[in-house]
Design a protein around this ligand. Structure first.
Ligand code: SAH
Length: 519
């Protein structure tokens, strides 16, 4: 999170700059990353500056180019938020400088989000802006609790109101009389802190105390929780359960439909907090699969992939690539590093020559296929020993092999292949370095709330996790992708609660699901 820089880096003249400058007011939806619109993502991918809020999922920042400036406008515990005027001023300043600015707002930007005010400021300054609507918590958030805001059998009217009032207002600006007497469903945003006062006002204004009410907090995210009661009981229940903001409240018979429509909270990993330690480039797949099963996942970036310190051996191997009989990949990162270097050195895919391709497991095979190359050899079990066994059967004597691997220790695989008579070029193709930037706020979450489980998908993720020096939350379980990773975890003094029988991401996901269905 960077502080807004005060000086402009744009040297273009004012008029030319502002004609390029544009501000997108983008709705980020209620939190589930899948609920960002395609247009919203497109805007993020082209952003020069992103100004984001407390509620919008910080994971979306991943879509913005690494070079984009990221500015946090919301408030966190102990940290002062930007005042609305300061936010408005920043939007105007950056847009005027000719930047593509994304103002990322929770839910829909035009529903109680002050998006209207921000757009009006841009309009008054004569600057270009675009509105990208989002899924609002008032409708989408409730849908995840199994509550449709309208239903033909029970209502034809929907009232959405805010429970928030300006702190300096002397008398209530909210017409509870009108809200209580309107037919149909009522949805309230903000105001859970004042629930007791608000439900009291509504009851006094004539709403039946038996009216079903649900509160949904952190709707659509991994922390999603629902509390059900009636107008008469909900404030007491919320107090008792410490049910805090951000939450949406819904009043009306539609709440009862949840009994049959509750699809989200019934998934196998719902409510399990799983910290995923992967490189920033790779976390997506594992996070998505765990989330699909309902887990509350967040990413703990521990390593980042960079080119090796000494690139020469790898570049030389690329120039001689036609002389190899086999290319052996032991990780998806190696595949990526290889093809990046290969296509930097060669324009024609056929320059790979006749080399056959071996991989250690499914994840690595998948990466190879992404580059439209076929995999010639994949062992039964996804470990080096099994791959070695396959090579033994093939007879690799005098065959030339390239092993693009991580910088650091030589791989046992290379040594063993040489014993089989192969000529092995074991070259560092990439290096992993500790990731210290907490882009998605995962490190903060881990410190503050801990997790139920943490996953390790390589020995180096375990090393780098230890290097972060984070506190170990009580009861934290560990999941390992396979024996090599487990060995390293044990060496570091971490227990291994679960090891995936199939050593790849889908295998790990299955093992976690089985672990929790057994516990
Ligand atoms: N523009 C937003 C609302 C902004 S006002 C939208 O369309 O959703 C902020 C309020 O929105 C919060 O106080 C809370 O009532 C509600 N809210 C936003 N996201 C939420 C979420 N994920 N879960 C529950 N309530 C949420």
């Amino acid at each position: 999170m960077k502080k807004p820089s005060s000086k402009s880096t744009n040297k273009t003249s004012g008029a030319a700059a502002s004609s390029r400058g544009i501000c997108y007011l983008v709705g980020a939806g209620p939190g589930d990353p899948g609920l960002l619109t395609l247009r919203g993502r497109e805007c993020l991918e082209r952003a020069d500056v992103v100004i984001y809020d407390y509620l919008s999922n910080a994971e979306f920042l991943r879509f913005a180019p690494a070079s984009a400036e990221r500015i946090y406008a919301g408030k966190t515990a102990g940290q002062h938020a930007l005042k609305q005027e300061e936010t408005n001023a920043l939007l105007v300043k950056f847009t005027r400088e000719g930047k593509r600015v994304v103002r990322l707002k929770g839910g829909d930007p035009f529903l109680f989000g002050r998006g209207g005010e921000e757009a009006a400021e841009l309009a008054a300054a004569g600057l270009r802006f675009e509105i990208v609507p989002g899924v609002t918590s008032a409708i989408g958030g409730l849908a995840y609790a199994g509550i449709p805001v309208t239903h033909r059998a029970s209502n034809a009217v929907l009232t959405i109101f805010t429970g928030h009032e300006e702190p300096d207002k002397k008398t209530s600006g909210i017409n509870y009389q009108a809200i209580a007497s309107a037919p149909g469903t009522k949805v309230m945003l903000m105001g859970v802190e004042r629930l007791s006062a608000i439900t009291g006002e509504l009851a006094q204004a004539g709403m039946l105390t038996a009216t079903p009410v649900a509160l949904v907090r952190w709707a659509t995210t991994g922390r999603h929780q629902t509390l059900v009661g009636t107008l008469g009981t909900i404030a007491g229940l919320a107090e008792e359960k410490q049910f805090k903001a951000p939450a949406v409240a819904v009043f009306g018979d539609v709440v009862n439909l949840r009994e049959t429509l509750n699809w989200f909270e019934t998934r196998p990993l719902f409510g399990r907090r799983i910290a995923v330690t992967r490189t920033r480039q790779q976390a997506g797949g594992l996070l998505a699969s765990l989330r699909e099963l309902g887990a509350d996942t967040y990413e703990l970036p521990t390593i980042r992939i960079e080119p090796p310190a000494d690139k020469t051996p790898f570049i030389e191997a690329m120039l001689d690539i036609r002389t190899y009989d086999w290319i052996v990949f032991t990780s998806p990162n190696g595949v990526e590093a290889f093809f990046t270097a290969f296509f930097a050195a060669h324009e024609d895919a056929r320059d790979l020559g006749g080399a056959r391709i071996a991989v250690i497991g499914n994840g690595t095979a998948k990466k190879v296929r992404e580059y439209h190359y076929a995999v010639d050899l994949i062992p039964e079990e996804f470990v080096a020993e099994s791959l070695l066994k396959s090579f033994k059967e093939l007879n690799v004597e005098h065959l030339k092999m390239l092993l693009p691997r991580a910088a650091g220790a030589r791989e046992m695989l290379a040594i063993e292949l040489e014993k089989l008579g192969a000529i092995v070029d074991d070259v560092p193709a990439y290096q992993t370095v500790p990731e210290t930037e907490d882009v998605s706020g995962g490190i903060r979450r881990f410190r503050e709330e801990g997790a139920d489980m943490i996953t390790f998908t390589s020995a180096s993720t375990a090393d780098h996790f230890m290097a972060l020096g984070l506190p170990w939350p009580e009861g934290l379980k560990t999941a390992s992708i396979g024996p090599v990773t487990s060995a390293e975890m044990k060496k570091l003094g971490l227990g291994v609660d679960l090891e995936a029988p199939q050593h790849d991401i889908p295998g790990l996901v299955d093992a976690i699901r089985d672990f929790y269905s057994a516990h």
